[in-house]
Design a protein around this ligand. Structure first.
Ligand code: GLA
Length: 385
């Protein structure tokens, strides 16, 4: 039975009508971590793991949802919205409500969803969830879809309804991914540059199997530190400084005394990471895989020591990966505190890399990692036949 057959069978068990099918991918971020909410630069790629929906419009304003993987149902009335309840359905209902509040005349829908994006692993399972639901609701209501607007509304749903103050990266790449390319995104202007991945290299993702949870916790604290940094530095520097994006390493150095040691380190990570993204895009465009890899390694050190978002297992995984033949670079990817690493590996060394890293990581931690090579995919779309 194909995935589509399974979704169709589940749809028929739970709902009436003829379903239509949609998909939205998860992502891996090559470089540029915790820079998006600082108006900075990121360079993610959409991946093969995706959220899929089978759905049909309703004539009323109810949204009925069946999560195939959890075997659970949930329901929401757009005319009598309820607040988030710290439940998986928050992502779906928050997105629906946000679309409606933004003036999109969506109708109710019956939706079955299944997702292959591993949950809590730093591959944006929640963004894939939101973007697939948002796209599904707009498509079923016959509303023309602007995928940049869709990304912004999904981010708003996560910020305002779910309560996670994430940046735009995950929703943006899930909605706008480009096949065979990473996307360098300017998170202030939302301009993008598609950066090809040299065919001599593969992007390899390794799941540490250490799960993280962001909502309300350390993630929001990091964001608050960045805002504190801007509030302290902007008046002293003068001019129009609205985000860490506007602050150069020289400015930070000159005003270091204004910041606590912790805030200074947080700011130093973001400011240096922005520069690394710009350099990594140029390196990839020139086919300089060594230079790109060195920037990825430096990014990991900065996340580990300055931003303090890594963990013991991830550091072990990165150390093992960086020591393998054919590895250009390796770092943690995503929000942090566990989840996945991303490595840039010579195409002909990928099989050996996967086997050795899996064995060494398990020997060191007792955890069995999932390691796979991925090819950048297109963003949200109807599901192909
Ligand atoms: C999470 C957030 C993103 C981004 C990353 C860190 O994935 O959803 O907006 O901030 O963390 O780069």
């Amino acid at each position: 039975m194909t995935e589509r057959d399974e979704l169709t069978a589940a749809f028929r068990r739970h709902f009436d009508g003829e379903p239509r099918f949609f998909r939205a991918p998860g992502r891996v971020n090559l470089i540029g971590e915790h820079t998006d909410y600082n108006d900075g630069f990121v360079m993610p790629a959409a991946i093969e793991y995706e959220a899929r929906t089978a759905a049909a419009a309703r004539s009323d304003n109810r949204i009925r949802f069946f999560a195939f993987d959890l075997d659970e149902s949930a329901e929401f009335d757009l005319d009598a919205p309820t607040p988030a309840r710290h439940h998986w359905s928050d992502y779906a209902f928050g997105t629906a409500l946000t679309l409606k509040q933004a003036g999109h005349a969506i109708t109710g829908a019956d939706i079955v969803m299944s997702s292959s994006v591993p949950f809590g692993s730093g591959l944006s399972s929640s963004a894939a969830f939101e973007v697939s639901v948002g796209y599904t609701l707009l498509a079923l209501s016959g509303i023309e879809i602007d995928t940049v607007e869709l990304a912004k509304l999904c981010q708003r749903a996560e910020n305002d309804y779910v309560g996670m103050r994430c940046g735009i990266m995950d929703q943006f790449i899930s909605a706008n991914g480009t096949r065979d390319h990473a996307l360098m995104i300017d998170c202030r202007s939302l301009e993008t540059r598609a950066v090809p991945i040299d065919s001599r290299a593969r992007i390899v993702v390794a799941n540490s199997m250490v799960h993280h949870t962001h909502a309300g916790g350390e993630y929001n604290k990091r964001r608050a530190s960045c805002e504190e940094g801007v509030a302290e530095l902007a008046p002293a520097i003068g001019g129009t400084i609205t985000a860490l994006r506007d602050i150069t390493p020289e400015m930070l150095k000159a005003h270091r005394h204004l910041l606590s040691e912790e805030t200074w380190r947080r700011c130093r990570h973001v400011i240096a990471e922005n520069a690394r993204v710009l350099d990594a895009a140029v390196a990839l465009e020139k086919g300089d895989l060594e230079a790109c890899g060195a920037l990825m390694n430096a990014s990991h050190v900065s996340m580990r020591d300055d931003y303090e978002i890594s963990c013991k297992e991830i550091d072990i995984l990165v150390d093992i990966a960086q020591a393998q033949p054919g590895v250009y670079g390796s770092r943690m990817t995503g929000g942090g505190f566990g989840g996945c690493t991303v490595s840039l590996v010579a195409a002909d060394k990928v099989d050996a890399f996967i086997a050795t890293v899996a064995a060494e990581y398990e020997a060191a931690t007792g955890l069995k990692p999932a390691i796979f090579s991925c090819s950048p995919m297109a963003g949200v779309s109807p599901l192909a036949e």
